[in-house]
Design a protein around this ligand. Sequence first.
Ligand code: AMP
Ligand code: MG
Length: 325
Amino acid sequence: MQPLKFKMQRLTSQIKRAIALLNNDDVIAIPTETVYGLAENVHSEKATSKIFKLKNRPSFNPLIVHIKLLAYLENVAIDIPDKAIKLAETFFPGALTLVLKKQTTIPDSVTAGKVTVAVRVPNHPVTISLLEQLNFPLAAPGANPFGSISPTSAEHVYTYFKDKLSLILDGGICQKGLESTIIGFQNNQPILYRHGSISVEEIESVIGKLKIITKNETTPDAPGMLSKHYAPITKTFLTSDVNELIKKHFGKKIGLLLFDQKITGATILCQEILSTTSNLEQAASNLYSALHRLDKLRLDVIIAERFPDAGLGKTINDKLERASK
Ligand code: AMP
Ligand code: MG
């Protein structure tokens, strides 16, 4: 173990480097409580195009703008609905992204030409400290190539981008481990654009009923909700009957992704149990790292167990459905 003082000194110098790189139109990786992000100065057109290129991200898919405090929301967005303010007051800093009408100062390249902007206040000490020392917000999508499993550790980011990034700020393992929940508005009515770390139930307890866009429904307001997303390379199945699928794939190299219990009696190469205490938050935070591990094993198939359809179980099922498309 490194002494704390040494670690702190190293972190301070890394943040200094991050500031210099961001001021110089460069892209770096940052830790957040959800997943790692690729970050850039929101006003740098050069860095924005670098992010789209690095991620191989379609140009119609806008980035999330990260601000340091709720008080800065009005620098980024206008005509903010009351329900959005209520959500921001409840969940900022945290894993909630609001889609609002954008300020003219937010470049079209960041919002993919849309009149709206996605914005959140991240809750990770390293990135909070970085934002506090910058005089611009950061545009930061997930630090993964488009369509691949989101990164929840600095090692995941390095595996994806190797030396294409000048700096990966290492903030340890992401505490939530799932993307932010995205809420937008149509005629002041709140709509769920993406399931995430904050459950539908938690959101509804603050602002009442949400409109939920059903699977596969595409809407120009939620350009990033492509049905295949967050996917491992290995063929993945999601099922309520794991044993039946094991039988069906008899003779193949199988890996299992399970909620809380091992499957006994089956000859399986690897079983990832996401929470032995049946805790959905713990399962959520372990989901992507388990998928990364399974995907490295050169299996024929990954069989994932469907989670209870409540709270974060809904988010986990949504991510696994996209992974198994
Ligand atoms: P990522 O940063 O990779 O988690 O992706 C950001 C997500 O935010 C994508 O699903 C985007 O489509 C979504 N997003 C960003 N800006 C907007 C916007 N203006 N309207 C709707 N969705 C947005
Ligand atoms: Mg992403």
